[in-house]
Design a protein around this ligand. Structure first.
Ligand SMILES: NC(=O)c1ccc[n+]([C@@H]2O[C@H](COP(=O)([O-])OP(=O)(O)OC[C@H]3O[C@@H](n4cnc5c(N)ncnc54)[C@H](OP(=O)(O)O)[C@@H]3O)[C@@H](O)[C@H]2O)c1
Length: 323
């Protein structure tokens, strides 16, 4: 089968589109014939070596398609089932992937494979950020960085659904328009405006209840200055590079703040937790309450181009690969 693999860490040019054997499902696993795979920032961390993988490795943590074989001990899942998944394991930039059957969810009627592959990883992340890491309550104020990214557009919609007021940051006017369309109440062009000062102004000096910060290096320290006393910084990504270390005494000095650095794998530990998060997402999509915007669809062979596009900040929504 065809797969996109990394043999040594580096830029998008290290991605190789090559032939490898079709994997065999082991105990507890299913093999999925992929119809679409999601492109996520974590794939660029795996490619660059920021997050280490044993090499060579097939990239990709998210996909959707049809179960084609099941390994020993797998019950309740038959060949032909339409499924989607997001997992800490890689292998989705390929025609087939083997995945722990416990991580697969069935795609309901009306949700196609591209949508499934587009929403599982970012959508379940948005679910845990807003329902578990910092459960948002009506009337609270959330600052969402990169509000027009793949994850950002989903986060804005879900935060609004929970009744929060959302302030988004974005780099361009076009992204500002899309973030507003997703429901953001206020949008700051953080490439032109001082977002700290703007947040203080927009909140009458109080600060926000929570900052969801996936940008990292260029925003994290200043995000602390946007919080109310005892507010929460949820630092969950490295789009501009990893955030610098933060001294616990800084958290005290800036108002007894809370800091967490969560990861999807730790919030999708059981099939029940996965079913809850994915079930909510699918229900919202089917009712029209959550819109999933697929910005680009690339052939699997053009995964390098997909990475350049994602890292070039040009994407409004999600990138999907199709084998
Ligand atoms: N911890 C978890 O469980 C988890 C799970 C999923 C995703 N994430 C994180 O969520 C973030 C969003 O992921 P995504 O796949 O949806 O990507 P994305 O938001 O579509 O793209 C990243 C965005 O970050 C912004 N950005 C700011 N500085 C940047 C820079 N120097 N280079 C590139 N982008 C920059 C850009 O928006 P502007 O142009 O508007 O600035 C860009 O569109 C990533 O940091 C990812 O690691 C974390």
């Amino acid at each position: 089968m065809k797969a996109v693999r990394v043999h040594e860490p580096g830029g998008p040019e290290v991605l190789r589109y090559e032939d490898i054997p079709v994997p065999e499902p082991g105990p507890g696993e299913a093999r999925v014939r992929l119809e679409a795979s999601g492109v996520n920032f974590i794939d660029t961390y795996h490619r660059s070596g920021l997050y280490k993988l044993p090499l060579p490795a097939t990239l990709g943590c998210e996909g959707a398609g049809v179960v084609d074989a099941v390994g020993p001990d797998v019950t309740g899942l038959e060949p032909g089932a339409r499924v989607a998944y997001a997992a800490p394991t890689t292998g989705a930039y390929a025609e087939f992937v083997t995945v722990s059957a416990a991580r697969l969810v069935r795609l309901p009627e009306g949700i196609d494979a591209r949508t499934g592959a587009a929403v599982m990883l970012q959508g379940m992340t948005v679910h845990y950020l807003t329902h578990s890491t910092y459960p948002l309550k009506p009337g609270e104020v959330a600052l969402v960085h990169a509000a027009a990214g793949g994850l950002g557009l989903l986060l804005v919609q879900v935060a609004k659904r929970l009744g929060a007021r959302v302030i988004g940051t974005v780099s361009t006017e076009e992204k500002a328009r899309m973030a507003r369309e997703a429901g953001a109440d206020d949008v700051i062009l953080y490439t032109q405006q001082d977002f700290e000062a703007e947040v203080r102004r927009l909140t009458g000096g109080r600060g926000v209840d929570v900052v969801y910060d996936s940008v990292g290096k260029t925003t994290a320290e200043r995000s602390l200055n946007c919080l109310r006393t005892r507010g929460y910084l949820v630092l969950f990504g490295n789009a501009s590079g990893p955030a610098p270390p933060i001294d616990p005494l800084t958290l005290m000095a800036k108002g007894s703040l809370f800091l967490t650095r969560p990861l999807l794998a730790h919030y999708t530990q059981t099939p029940e937790e996965i079913a809850w998060r994915a079930g909510d997402l699918f229900a919202w999509i089917r009712s029209g309450a959550l819109r999933v915007r697929i910005a680009h669809t690339f052939p699997l062979a053009q995964a390098a181009e997909a990475h350049r596009t994602l890292q070039g900040r040009g994407v409004i929504g999600k990138i999907v690969l199709v084998p």
